[in-house]
Design a protein around this ligand. Sequence first.
Ligand code: GDP
Length: 295
Amino acid sequence: MFNNLSDKLDKALHLLKGHGKITEVNVADTLKEVRRALLDADVNFKIAKDFTTRVKEKALGQDVLTTLNPGQLMVKLVKDELTELMGGETAGVNLTGSPTVILMAGLQGSGKTTFSGKLANYLKTKKTKQVLLVGADVYRPAAINQLQVVGEQIGVEVYAEIENKNPVEIAQNAIAYAKANGKNTVIIDTAGRLAIDEALMTEISNIHKAVTPQETLFVVDSMTGQDAVNTAKAFNDLLNFDGVVLTKLDGDTRGGAALTIKSVVNKPIKFIGTGEKMEAIDVFYPERMADRILG
Ligand code: GDP
């Protein structure tokens, strides 16, 4: 995960090792390399620049911890800043409501269906919830099939109406079904498109208004870098979603999406997907991720 970024930051921070003290010159050299590493990871220019400006101010400030040598100090400052950039605290999921309604939004191929299954499995096993998965993709019968396969695999019931082409109605009917059948958590998997288009946005917005979910999670493929960030912005402008799910972090992703999404949409990353299996889901911990990046 983020191997390239980790290597480059490691090299940048090595520049300070062996120096007796922090000076403006060696800080500037190090931070130039840190900024380059961030840009290479597909972090946008302004965010990378602000990042290094903040680290510089802290490094040259009077109140730095003097028990650390310059190399250790810079690692700590960069780690703290990475943690902040990714949201600081871990954000929970709102499981109130009866039933709790969780709506998935995102482009086709982002990993919505897979993640719906993973989340259902997670809530069922870790939080002992009675989950109903809902297939609201009325365009691709294969998508409903895929959800049914996932449901069978994890032992979670799937609600679908093959003949009904109205996703708002399906979502509403599913919630009524959940209430009548003792399910306290409803996860609605919606249709995606290859790119943002108006019809898709209207549809997801209509479902959102009709079911007033406790959690609207925006699912995005981390491999798509800055595109992921732009898509997140468009979906957030429309839905004011509650959190982000970053998928495919097991792949060779550069890290830009993980590092920038929070500061662009001001919504936390709540979960990450780290593989195709149903168990490949993790709660997102900014500090742990910063630790991993710095190796
Ligand atoms: P949807 O169109 O948004 O519902 O996306 P899918 O759930 O069908 O996922 C698209 C593809 O990405 C599938 O082949 C999944 O197996 C794969 N996928 C989903 N999440 C992950 C992940 O975290 N890691 C990896 N490596 N593949 C994933």
